[in-house]
Structure formats: structure tokens, C-alpha cells
Design a binder for this molecule. Structure first.
Ligand SMILES: Nc1ncnc2c1ncn2[C@@H]1O[C@H](COP(=O)(O)OP(=O)(O)OP(=O)(O)O)[C@@H](O)[C@H]1O
Ligand SMILES: [Mg+2]
Length: 294
């Protein structure tokens, strides 16, 4: 498998942020990793290191295995082949070192769970024993809700919130445990421009101040283009990984898709033209901005 590979340059402030013997050691290491469901190979031969403080954008058409990759990293899905270590160990579910913003799911309208309850679960839901002191917990929950601009609906049941409002609460929950790895599955979906900026700003700050590695699945690279160290592009069972300037090119995507694809830059934005979703059985918009189907 040909791939565009480069070790991302990390800002000096993030270099010492890992809490292992070797602070620069990868927090995620995939070796020759393959994931298949029956005869359907989502990706094969994936070789990837993600280092502390790195921002990896994951792109690809519907069904290319982006969510499945996050599920593998979370220890909820086994690889079909190859190996994976997360924070130096085999992946295991429930790790408080990993924050996860799942692909958008809507809460049932009758749920009584409030925004602040969901964030509190992120703080102490994984712990056995007595909960944190009430005042400390409340203060931290308020801080997290405030950071995503959700204080005004902190006590509203989740089922009564809009998709974008729910999404912001999920981001607050994912940040609750001060994670070393943040896995975000299309976290900008349903968000207006202002709140997209709030969320990307938060993720950028988390990464800068704590060296958190970010794996960010998105159909739209432009809102995060200034943050991205590398792109992992999945399509047709293959992949390319490297800096955006190397992966988001006509020749690289044409080769990956096996059909002609144009990548053009317009006023600093990346526009992908003609990426058809071969090999996954889904169709694809002819023109997309910066990635797969919107
Ligand atoms: N447990 C499973 N068993 C069988 N097939 C599965 C399973 N999980 C996922 N798949 C299939 O694997 C493919 C990839 O799914 P995945 O959710 O990872 O795609 P995706 O890249 O996240 O797509 P989208 O952009 O639509 O979110 C899909 O065709 C899906 O139906
Ligand atoms: Mg998905």
C-alpha cells in the first residue's frame, strides 16, 4: 500500500504533554491493521502513529469505515488483522483517558436526563465508589457547559434540545475527564458557524494546553484546516495519510478512488470535485468541499 507518511511537527508546548516514560511516544499505534465485515474490507494494511498533541482529520465517503475506526480505538470493535496499541496497551473500553464525541444521535424526546446530567456522567460515570464532592462536581460541570456555550440550557431535558445544542453537550461530556486522546465523530454536524468555531477553538485549546491527541472524523475539512497536522483519507478499502497538502491533491485522491477526482483550492478552501463513492455501494455528491459526502 502506497501511503504519504510524515511525522507531524508538534508545537514545543505540546511535546512534553504525554504522561508516559517517552513523552513523544505515539498514543495510538496501528500496524498493518485491517477491518472487514464478512467479505467487505473497510480498510487494510493501515499503518499509523498518532502522537501527543497531534490533530488527525479522518475523511472518506459514507461507509468507508471512519466510525468503525473510532470503535476499534475505543476497544469496542476488534481488528480483523494487524495490531493496535492505545496509550501503550491493547485498547480497552471505558478508559477515562479517552474522550469520545459519538456520531450524532438524537435523544428520545421523553428523556428526563438533563444536559448537566450527561456531562456529570462524563465526569464520574466510569468511577466506582462515592461520587466526587458535590460542589466540586457542580463547578466543573458548569465550567464545561459554559465552555461549549450550553449554560443557558443546562437544566433542560436533552430530548427538548435541538441537534446542535445536544451536540455541544456531547462535546462537553467528552472533555470532562481531561482526556489524553479525543475521538470526535463529525462533531460539527448540525452546528452553525459560530458554534463550529466554539467547538474547534475548544479542541484546539485542549490540544495546545494538555497535549491531547485529536482524531477528528469530518466530511468537511475546511473548518479545521488550520488545525490539521495530517489527514487520514479512507476509500475503497485503501487509505492515504499525510499532511493536507500531500493527501488533498487531485493525483492522490484520483489514485485512491480509482477514478478521476479534481481537488481545487478556492480562497483558501479545499473543494473536491468528482469523488464518486466506488466500492462501498453508496453514491456520492459530485462536488464536495474538502472531503467525502456532506
Ligand atoms: N458491526 C458491524 N457488522 C457488520 N457491518 C458493519 C458493522 N459496523 C459497521 N458495518 C458496516 O461497515 C461500513 C462502514 O461503517 P462506518 O459506520 O464505519 O462508516 P463511516 O465511514 O463512519 O460512514 P458515515 O460517513 O456514513 O458515517 C458500513 O457499510 C456499515 O454498515
Ligand atoms: Mg460514521
Amino acid at each position: 500500500m502506497k501511503r504519504t507518511e510524515a511525522v507531524s511537527p508538534l508545537p514545543p508546548a505540546t511535546r512534553d504533554a504525554g504522561r508516559s516514560a517517552d513523552p513523544g511516544a505515539p498514543v495510538i499505534a496501528l500496524r498493518d491493521a485491517t477491518l472487514a465485515f464478512g467479505d467487505c474490507v473497510l480498510w487494510r494494511g493501515l499503518h499509523l502513529d498518532v502522537r501527543p498533541g497531534e490533530f488527525l482529520a479522518v475523511l472518506g465517503p459514507n461507509g468507508s469505515g471512519k466510525t468503525s475506526l473510532l470503535r476499534v480505538l475505543l476497544g469496542r470493535q476488534h481488528l480483523t488483522g494487524g495490531s493496535l496499541t492505545v496509550l501503550g496497551r491493547p485498547p480497552r473500553s471505558g478508559s477515562r483517558h479517552i474522550g469520545y464525541v459519538p456520531q450524532q444521535t438524537f435523544q428520545p424526546t421523553h428523556t428526563l436526563l438533563r444536559a448537566r446530567d450527561l456531562v456529570r456522567l462524563g465526569l464520574d460515570g466510569h468511577r466506582w465508589g462515592p461520587p466526587f464532592a458535590r460542589r466540586t462536581t457542580r463547578r466543573r460541570v458548569d465550567e464545561l457547559l459554559d465552555a461549549v456555550g450550553a449554560m443557558s440550557y443546562a437544566d433542560v431535558p436533552l430530548g427538548r434540545l435541538s441537534g446542535g445544542e445536544q451536540q455541544r453537550v456531547r462535546v462537553a461530556q467528552a472533555l470532562a475527564t481531561d482526556p489524553r486522546i479525543l475521538l470526535c465523530d463529525e462533531p460539527l454536524l448540525s452546528l452553525d458557524l459560530q458554534h463550529q468555531r466554539t467547538i474547534t477553538g475548544l479542541v484546539a485549546e485542549r490540544r495546545r494546553s494538555a497535549g491531547t491527541a485529536v482524531v477528528f472524523v469530518t466530511h468537511e475539512i475546511n473548518p479545521v484546516l488550520g488545525l490539521v497536522d495530517r489527514v487520514l483519507y479512507l476509500a475503497r478499502g485503501g487509505y492515504r495519510v499525510g499532511p493536507p497538502d500531500e493527501v488533498m491533491t487531485s493525483s492522490t485522491l484520483t489514485e485512491l478512488y480509482g477514478t478521476h477526482v479534481d481537488v481545487v483550492r478556492v480562497r483558501g478552501r479545499i473543494v473536491v470535485v468528482g469523488a464518486s463513492d466506488q466500492g462501498t455501494g453508496h453514491t456520492h455528491d459530485d462536488v464536495t468541499e474538502g472531503g467525502g459526502k456532506q
